[in-house]
Design a protein around this ligand. Structure first.
Ligand SMILES: [Mg+2]
Length: 405
């Protein structure tokens, strides 16, 4: 069996998604997600010009060899563009291998370690009351873990809160240039303890609570936050600070027992290594699309398991349903799986394009038994929603200094 051709599709059913389809000479095909929010077309060019020509004619079953060929063989390693391209090829090859074997991908990884995949949902609100009303609704729907984000009084928009958007699946406000947002650490600290104190009063103790800081704090500020949130018993605090210096997390660790999670923007196991082996984190949040696919995620999960670190894959709306399907197979298999981020199954336009057999009930996802990844891509439906350039926002402090978004 040989790879016959590789196609790259970009569609925008509210969000831009880059989808790779590998077709073999026997007619079997596989799908991968190569979406890199705000930099989509860079990955398309990398795939079409630099990856696809090297793979035509190769054996699609040699997943590991192709991964190493694209990673080590290119000399230029790592980085989000490279790794998203490798990830999409890797997912598509696992999809093909499953279809050839007549087995879902999780069976090829080693089978199920649990009956379903625990999810955490998002409650975002314009005020603490609004956030907690939404959290109560999610709890009623059966979710047992909920991330809380509330608009910060005095700031026009806040990360994680929809603001002027009607839902998560709306393109970033249809923005041909990056919008700019304002951040104030002082105003954030004035809100955060109240949010979680009121959450425990209203929601009780039989629900897991989570929170995402989105890298806005310095290490010592993050340590202060971890300490403030200790009484409210979070499942984890996500991205408390940037970690280009990986030992930043050790500062937080020294001062607080609030569990820590990081890694959604990391591209390789090397980006995670020090934090895992030093036990500076409790959850590693790499995503299949941005950290090199199923092959690389399996390696990260196994490495993390040696140090009692659990997996909690990123699940933002800018990852396509193909990535979500890949996560389902990894999550149901990984012995050290922790929890999966979940923002809903997408809008009506997206559901016309991506069809899958994942079922969500009582805060848990159940993976189907279709061979491969269990997801289909409708090219004709995708063509109705062409690429639309859009950016993530850029963050500035109140004095105008560029800050972490
Ligand atoms: Mg996040």
């Amino acid at each position: 069996m040989k790879i016959k051709h590789i196609q790259v599709f970009v569609c925008c059913p509210g969000r831009n998604f880059v989808t790779v389809k590998i077709t073999t000479d026997s007619g079997v095909s596989g799908l991968g997600d190569a979406t890199l929010n705000g930099r989509e077309m860079a990955v398309v060019a990398y795939l079409e010009e630099h990856v696809a020509p090297c793979l035509v004619g190769r054996d699609p079953q040699s997943i590991e060899d192709i991964w190493q060929y694209l990673y080590k063989g290119a000399y230029w390693r790592r980085g989000p563009v490279t790794m998203a391209a490798i990830a999409a090829i890797d997912m598509a090859l696992w999809d093909i291998k499953g279809k050839i074997a007549g087995l879902p991908v999780y069976q090829l990884l080693g089978g199920k370690s649990r009956k379903g995949v625990n999810l955490y949902a998002h409650a975002n609100g314009e005020s603490i009351e609004d956030t907690l009303d939404k959290a109560a609704e999610l709890k009623d729907q059966g979710f047992k873990a909920i991330r809380l984000q509330s608009a910060i009084p005095g700031l026009p928009v806040t990360y994680g809160v929809l603001g002027d958007k009607k839902d998560y699946f709306e393109l970033q406000g249809n923005r041909p240039l990056p919008p700019e947002e304002v951040w104030s650490t002082q105003k954030y600290f004035a809100l955060i303890a109240d949010l979680f104190a009121q959450a425990r009063d209203k929601l009780g103790t039989d629900v897991h609570l989570l929170h995402d800081v989105h890298n806005r704090l310095t290490p010592i500020e993050a340590a202060k936050l971890g300490k403030i949130l200790e009484p409210f018993d979070l499942l984890f605090l996500e991205d408390p600070c940037m970690a280009e210096n990986q030992d930043s997390l050790s500062v937080v660790r020294t001062h607080a027992t609030t569990p820590l999670a990081i890694g959604e923007s990391y591209n390789t196991i090397h980006d995670c290594r020090e934090m895992i082996q030093n036990r500076w984190i409790d959850y590693i949040r790499t995503a299949a699309t941005h950290a090199g696919g199923i092959t690389a995620m399996r390696r990260i999960a196994d490495f993390a398991s040696l140090f009692d670190v659990k997996t909690a894959p990123h699940g933002a709306p800018d990852l396509s349903p193909v990535c979500f399907a890949a996560h389902m197979h990894l999550d149901i298999w990984a012995p050290n799986f922790g929890i999966q981020e979940y923002v809903g199954e997408g809008n009506a336009e997206s559901l016309q394009i991506f069809k899958h057999d994942i079922k969500v009930k009582d805060g848990m996802a159940f993976v189907g038994d279709a061979p491969g990844l269990g997801i289909e891509f409708d090219e004709k439906a995708a063509a109705k929603y062409p690429y639309n350039r859009s950016y993530l926002p850029v963050s500035r402090l109140e004095d105008g200094t560029v800050w972490h978004w």
